[in-house]
Design a binder for this molecule. Sequence first.
Ligand SMILES: [Fe+2]
Ligand SMILES: [Fe+2]
Length: 399
Amino acid sequence: MAMPAAFQGATRISALNHSTGNAGSTSTRRAAGLKVYMTATLPPKSKGLNVSKQPLEKHSKIMHSITPEKLELFKSLEGWASETILPYLKPVEKCWQPQDFLPEPSAEDFLDQVRELRERSACLPDDYLVCLVGDMITEEALPTYQTMLNTLDGSRDETGASPTPWGVWTRAWTAEENRHGDLLNKYLYLTGRVDMRQIEKTIQYLIGSGMDPQTENNPYLGFVYTSFQERATFISHGNTARHAKEYGDGKLATICGIIAADERRHENAYTKIVEKLFELDPDGAMLAFADMMRKKISMPAHLMYDGENEHLFDDFSLVAQRTGVYTARDYADIMEHLVKRWDVAHVKGLSSEGEAAQQYVCSLPPRIRRLDERAQAKVKKGPKTGSFSWIFNREVALL
Ligand SMILES: [Fe+2]
Ligand SMILES: [Fe+2]
């Protein structure tokens, strides 16, 4: 999925120099008793590496911000997580696999099946392909997301095969997600419409870049982030499904649709965790929600790079915005959805800081929509078209 175009201007800066303003206020608020690290990631200088234009994270960083009491509370949720969260996983035997939706290589008519696929997908326009490739690349950077989950204190998989429900969840979630990139990758490969080598390079760069969504090793922040992200991918894949159907590739519509259904199930699990935090620690959950919203949710693939275009993510986001695959309105809608999902407006028993966070969060969706309108006006001054190496440098309208 993509960062909405509403945040294009900010994205170009924040992707490289992540929300220093907010991080500053956060560090002041939490400085006492916390390990505060300032990190700046500089581009590698090794000879022969063509990475000088590659976007990299660079920002101040707070680590291990969860208090011992909250960590205790989180750990006490293991029994609850086993009963309530693990059932959101599907047993492997009941899961679809990519092969269910792809030509069967051992079949005699394999090449005919491939030909059919290629004829069907010929209807897909270039801007659609750009969105689907971007979504696929985002899915393919899965190692980064598993790493991110395993940065969280209290829920990380301590051994790589930890029997705690959090460890079980993280591995099984990863295994379910792994089917998404796999299926989209193989499908796009078979269409013959895209430059697979450029796409593969983008994936390699992206995984190499990693990601720091500023969740501070804190599971409160981490699960607000994942709640948002799963919803965003649900929307994005749902839209690529709808568009594929409209263009006439019904099989691709089914593929995007079943991936969207997985994202929805994952969203339900992550929002359930945050709902529980709101129940047990309303103040802590409220502050965490507001904190992540203030920082803006950085998109998982915001550091994407193909070795050529340092604004690749911005360009991709513009195409996603213009075609309606993932838009600024979606960003605001997700926020509004989460505010309702956790009944944020009616949470009681808050400190004055918690009440301020509550007001802030509830007022955000309309504010974001207003900001979006202003940002759109600025975006319109940018280049009207862009070429994407993913589709052999063909030009696509950005605006
Ligand atoms: Fe996914
Ligand atoms: Fe997902």
